[in-house]
Design a binder for this molecule. Structure first.
Ligand code: ADP
Ligand code: ASP
Ligand code: MG
Length: 515
């Protein structure tokens, strides 16, 4: 071929690349329920293949529903030396994925190059990693290090990403599996790592962009990342949402779409309030508050990278892709009701600390907050009563146990000398939160919230309103949680300008099961 000919080919290639790169870039994340079965995998692949006709798509995917819990149980059983439970869990892990493999890909054993063979080999490696690590833990009777835990915790995502990439490929759209560890650079806070955005942006540029330039869809395993020296980390439970917004922000995406099993962000958990309605738009600030106070639909930290980078996030239903979903954006459109949503954290603990009258309690409590900060423990809310020298800390149950240990540790002398009274622990409480930006400056909200509570004849244990007036939190006995959520939701959200009815998928447990 002459020089002219190769120049023409080069020009054509450049034009095609430019055309590809001028398309919108959308990061799509599919959650565990969206890939809960072979049929669901095909549905997700169809959504991606359809979208890839018009836009550049990067996919982030979770482990198959229940698989991460199963890995956690496997590690726990091995750590405890329970070989029967360990082996049973390993078997279940293999069974779930073998069954998907058989249902998704034509079984032509021994056929090199077939999708079946490629996925089979891939998952065999992952099985071996989980099996050998679990058996080593069993043999050593050792506790598991945070590093090893993270190395294993994200294995479900690795399999589902490989499977989904092959499913997309089968729809006629080129697709490539990408390891999470090569994309998201994090600190070394194993189990709850935070991204290093600059390094992640560089990784996105060097790994994702070339794949997109080739016109292919990269499929990234969610939930995991790696430290600069290559150690696998995880981003906290439910962290694949966070993976998606980190990658969205780092790659300069136009939008992030989080596909789940409900029509968007709803005015309440539909398992508690079947009449909850889909919110058309919420702000990043509202999403952060909502997630922090228990709405599982989005990871508590997932809104931050998108907010910082100004990338809108959509929550959409993979079971009904035609439904519009909820848009999470910088400034959401005005809303008719001051309260947009009611959320709950059903397993919380109230720790009450009371000091002697002669003590300056702020100094004592300050020491506790400092330690909690160092241990990265967050409160749900706190109340302080100066005349009573009392501090009330409302914490997630698992954090309550940790803080109690901290108190016994740092205040050993004060407790022995009676400077600090024995800590009062109230377990089995729920924190209910009502939130919405339009609550700010609107009088009468608290009155209406508590008339909803009073209708259930329940007494409130503690209450707090954030200075931003974005939310009001209060604690009640857990046993009344669902009833109070329904009553308060009814007070505000049934009369509001909520457009679309919630879509509860088959298999979503109803209120009585969530109590
Ligand atoms: P995924 O597997 O897609 O990550 P999750 O189970 O983590 O999905 O989150 C979706 C679930 O969040 C829904 O099935 C719903 O039960 C629950 N949820 C709780 N509160 C809300 C809310 N306010 N809006 C929507 N869903 C909610
Ligand atoms: N699979 C992980 C978990 O269950 C992450 C996720 O699903 O987002 O926590
Ligand atoms: Mg989730």
């Amino acid at each position: 071929m002459g020089v002219e000919g190769s120049k023409e080919i080069n020009d054509l290639q450049h034009r095609q690349e430019n055309q590809i790169m001028s398309k919108r870039l959308i990061v799509m994340k599919f959650g565990g329920t969206s890939v809960g079965s072979a049929e669901r995998f095909r549905q997700c692949a169809e959504i991606v293949a359809g979208a890839a006709r018009h836009d550049r798509i990067v996919v982030v995917v979770s482990a198959v529903a229940g698989v991460t819990d199963l890995i956690f149980r496997t590690i726990d059983a091995a750590r405890r030396g329970d070989s029967v439970a360990t082996e049973a869990n390993l078997k279940q892990f293999e069974f779930i994925h073998q069954q998907l493999l058989a249902e998704l890909f034509d079984r032509k054993p021994g056929l090199p190059g077939s999708a079946y063979k490629a996925v089979q080999d891939f998952i065999a490696d992952v099985f071996e990693q989980l099996r050998s690590s679990s058996r080593a833990l069993l043999a050593l009777h050792s506790d598991v290090s945070a590093q090893t835990h993270d190395l294993l915790a994200g294995l479900g995502e690795r399999i589902s990403a490989c499977m989904l990439a092959h499913c997309i490929q089968r729809m006629g759209t080129t697709s490539e599996f990408v390891r999470a560890e090569s994309m998201i650079v994090t600190d070394n806070n194993f189990g709850n790592a935070a991204p290093e955005m600059e390094a992640t942006a560089a990784a996105c540029k060097s790994i994702l962009l070339p794949i997109l330039e080739r016109g292919a869809v990269p499929v990234v395993a969610g939930y995991s990342g790696a430290t600069r020296d290559g150690q696998t980390t995880t981003l906290g439970r439910g962290g694949s949402d966070y993976s998606a917004t980190i990658i969205g922000a780092a790659s300069g995406a136009d939008e992030v779409w989080i596909w789940t099993d409900v029509n968007g962000v709803l005015s309440a958990d539909p398992r508690i309030c079947p009449d909850a309605t889909t919110l058309k738009e919420i702000s990043f600030a509202e999403a952060i508050e909502l997630a922090y106070y228990g709405a599982k639909v989005i990871h508590p930290k997932a809104a931050y990278p998108a907010m910082d980078a100004g990338v809108p996030v959509w929550i959409k239903n993979s079971f009904s892709p035609e439904a519009v979903g909820t848009k999470i954006t910088q400034a959401a459109a005005p809303f008719a009701s001051p309260v947009k949503a009611v959320t709950c954290v059903n397993h919380a603990t109230l720790l009450t600390l009371v000091t002697g009258r002669e003590v300056h309690s702020a100094e004592l409590f300050g020491r506790l907050f400092l330690r909690m900060g160092q241990e990265r423990i967050d409160t749900l809310f706190a109340t302080q009563s100066s005349p009573e020298h009392a501090l009330g800390l409302v914490l997630r149950r698992e954090d309550g146990i940790r803080v109690l240990k901290l108190i016994q540790n740092i205040f050993r002398i004060e407790l022995a000398q009676g400077v600090l009274n024995p800590v009062n622990v109230q377990d089995d409480i729920a924190v209910i939160t009502v939130l919405g930006e339009s609550m700010r400056g609107t009088p009468g909200i608290i009155g209406r919230v508590f008339s909803g509570v009073a209708r259930e004849n329940v007494s409130v244990i503690a209450v707090a309103q954030g200075a931003s007036e974005l939310s009001i939190c209060f604690a009640v006995p857990s046993i009344h949680c669902a009833d109070i959520v329904r009553s308060v939701h009814n007070e505000f959200c049934s009369q509001a300008d909520f457009a679309v009815a919630a879509c509860v998928q088959p298999g979503v447990p109803m209120a009585s099961e969530v109590r």
